[in-house]
Design a protein around this ligand. Structure first.
Ligand SMILES: NC(=O)c1ccc[n+]([C@@H]2O[C@H](COP(=O)([O-])OP(=O)(O)OC[C@H]3O[C@@H](n4cnc5c(N)ncnc54)[C@H](O)[C@@H]3O)[C@@H](O)[C@H]2O)c1
Length: 414
C-alpha cells in the first residue's frame, strides 16, 4: 500500500508520521511554504519534534506539492480544513478542491479516506460527487471511500494520534474492514468500526458539540454566579466532589474545532427543517464570553478610579488554547477589540505564538518580556505553562483579571 496524506496540518502531519512507521507515505499540501519547511525538518505546529520528522524522513516519507508525485498512491487520506464562513455556514471549498485533486490521479481499486470533521453526508453526497466527476470512475465499483475522524488535541503530548482510539468506516462492508485493518495496524489504542460512513461522520461532530454545550452551561453558570458575587471556580470545585459531576471550567471557546463543528451539524439540521436551539444557544453563550470578560475588566478599572481612555492593558496569551501556537479563530481577539472600543491601549504577550503570524493574521505586534508593573490592567487569557509561575499581584494601580483561573492572585476570575 502506498499512502498519500492530503493536507499536512495539525491532523495530517502526525498521521503521516504514524503511517510512515509501516507504509510508504507521501505528504501532499498546496502550501509550498509549509512543504519547504517540512523538507527542512521544521514543523511550525510543534505537533512533531525535529527527531520525529527526521524519523519519518528516514522511513522514506516525502513531502510534495505536485500531483504527479502522488499518482502512484492507492490510499488517499484527506485531512484538509473544514472552516465556516462569516455567517457560520460550512465552507466545504478545501474538501471539494482536495477531492478534485485526488480525482485527477484516482485509479481503479483506490480508496479515498476522509478525516476532516463534517456533517453527516458530506463524504458520500459532496466529496464522492467530485471524485466521480473528475476521475470518470464509478463509486463503489471502481474506487471506494472511508471516513475516519481525527480526535487529536493539539498541544497535548499524551493524547497523540496512535494512542487515541479511532473510529473507522467504509463505503462497503469489505472496504470498512480494510479501512479498519489499515488504522488498526498503527493505532495502539485500537479502533471502532462504525456501521456506516454517516454514523462515523455524525459521531465526530457530536463529540465536539457535546463539549461545546457542556462548556456553555458552565459559562452560563459563571454569568449567573457573577451577578451573585460568587466565585464560579469555588462552586465548581465543591460540585466536582460528586462522582458524576462533569468537570469543566468556564472560558473562551475558540479554535477551529469546538467553536466551529457544531455549526456543521446545525446547518445540516436546519436544511432538513430542524432548528437546533440548544446547540445554537450554547454557541451564542460561548461566543459572548470575550465581551463579558472585557466588560468586567473595565468595571474593575472604574472601581479602582482608573482612567479608561488610553489605559494600558496587557493581554497574556493569544492562541486559542494553552501550550498551542494556533491563533486561528482565537477568541482572545474579541477581548482585545472590545477593550479597544473603550479607548484602551492593548499590548499582547504570548511566548508560544509565532510573532510574524500574529502580525500577518491580526496586525498585532507581540511584546517581548513585558514589564507587568507598567500596565493598568493585566488579563491572563490563555493558561500557557509559561504563565503558571508568573508573579502578578493586583493593587490600586493594577487590575488583574484571570480568565483561566490559574493565577494565585487576581481581582477577579471568570
Ligand atoms: N486541529 C485539531 O485539533 C483537529 C482535531 C480533530 C479534527 N480536526 C479536523 O481535521 C481537519 C484538518 O484540521 P487541521 O487542524 O489539521 O487543519 P490545518 O489548517 O492545520 O491543516 C490543513 C492543511 O491542509 C492544507 N490544504 C488546504 N487545502 C488543501 C487542498 N485542497 N489540498 C491539499 N492540502 C490542502 C493546508 O495548506 C494545511 O496545511 C479539519 O476538518 C478539522 O476540523 C482538527
Amino acid at each position: 500500500m502506498k499512502i498519500c496524506i492530503i493536507g499536512l496540518g495539525y491532523v495530517g502531519l502526525p498521521l503521516a508520521h504514524a503511517f510512515s512507521s509501516k507504509y510508504t507515505v507521501v505528504g501532499f499540501d498546496i502550501n509550498e511554504e509549509r512543504i519547504a519547511e517540512l523538507q527542512r525538518g521544521y514543523d511550525r505546529t510543534f505537533e512533531l519534534s525535529i527527531a520525529q520528522l527526521q524519523e519519518a524522513r528516514e522511513n522514506g516519507m516525502r513531502f510534495c506539492t505536485n500531483l504527479a508525485d502522488i499518482a502512484q498512491c492507492n490510499i488517499f487520506i484527506i485531512t484538509v480544513p473544514t472552516p465556516i464562513d462569516k455567517s457560520n455556514k460550512p465552507d466545504l471549498t478545501p474538501l471539494i478542491k482536495a477531492s478534485q485533486s485526488v480525482g485527477k490521479v484516482l485509479k481503479k481499486e483506490d480508496i479515498v479516506i476522509y478525516e476532516s470533521t463534517v456533517y453527516p453526508g458530506v463524504t458520500e453526497e459532496v466529496c464522492v460527487v467530485e471524485l466521480e466527476r473528475v476521475s470518470g470512475l464509478k463509486f463503489n465499483v471502481d474506487f471506494f471511500c472511508g471516513y475516519s475522524p481525527e480526535r487529536i488535541n493539539p498541544g497535548d503530548k499524551n493524547h497523540t494520534v496512535t494512542n487515541i482510539l479511532k473510529i473507522t468506516s467504509g463505503s462497503t462492508p469489505q472496504i470498512a474492514d480494510k479501512v479498519d485493518a489499515l488504522y488498526a495496524s498503527i493505532i495502539l489504542a485500537g479502533t471502532h468500526k462504525a456501521s456506516s460512513i454517516k454514523v462515523a461522520e455524525a459521531a465526530k461532530v457530536i463529540e465536539n458539540t457535546q463539549r461545546d454545550v457542556n462548556i456553555a452551561l458552565i459559562n452560563e453558570l459563571a454569568l449567573i454566579f457573577r451577578t451573585m458575587n460568587i466565585d464560579t471556580h469555588d462552586v465548581l470545585q465543591a460540585a466536582a466532589t460528586k462522582w458524576n459531576f462533569i468537570k469543566l471550567k468556564p472560558g473562551l471557546v475558540g479554535g477551529h474545532c469546538i467553536g466551529v463543528d457544531p455549526y456543521y451539524l446545525t446547518y445540516k439540521a436546519e436544511e432538513l427543517g430542524y432548528r437546533a436551539n440548544l446547540i445554537l444557544g450554547a454557541r451564542q453563550i460561548n461566543n459572548g464570553m470575550a465581551k463579558f470578560v472585557a466588560d468586567r475588566v473595565i468595571r474593575l478599572m472604574i472601581q479602582k478610579d482608573m482612567k479608561i481612555k488610553n489605559a494600558q492593558v496587557l493581554i497574556l496569551g493569544l492562541s486559542f488554547k494553552e501550550n498551542c501556537p494556533d491563533i486561528r479563530n482565537t477568541k482572545v481577539i474579541d477581548i482585545i477589540t472590545e477593550l479597544q472600543t473603550y479607548g484602551c491601549v492593548l499590548s499582547v504577550y504570548d511566548p508560544v505564538v509565532d510573532s510574524d503570524e500574529a502580525m500577518r493574521e491580526y496586525g498585532l505586534k507581540l511584546e517581548n518580556n513585558p514589564n507587568i508593573n507598567a500596565y493598568d490592567a493585566v488579563v491572563l487569557a490563555v493558561g500557557h505553562d509559561a504563565f503558571l509561575d508568573l508573579h502578578v499581584s493586583p493593587s490600586q494601580k493594577l487590575v488583574v483579571y484571570d480568565v483561566k483561573g490559574v493565577l494565585s492572585q487576581y481581582d477577579e476570575r471568570l
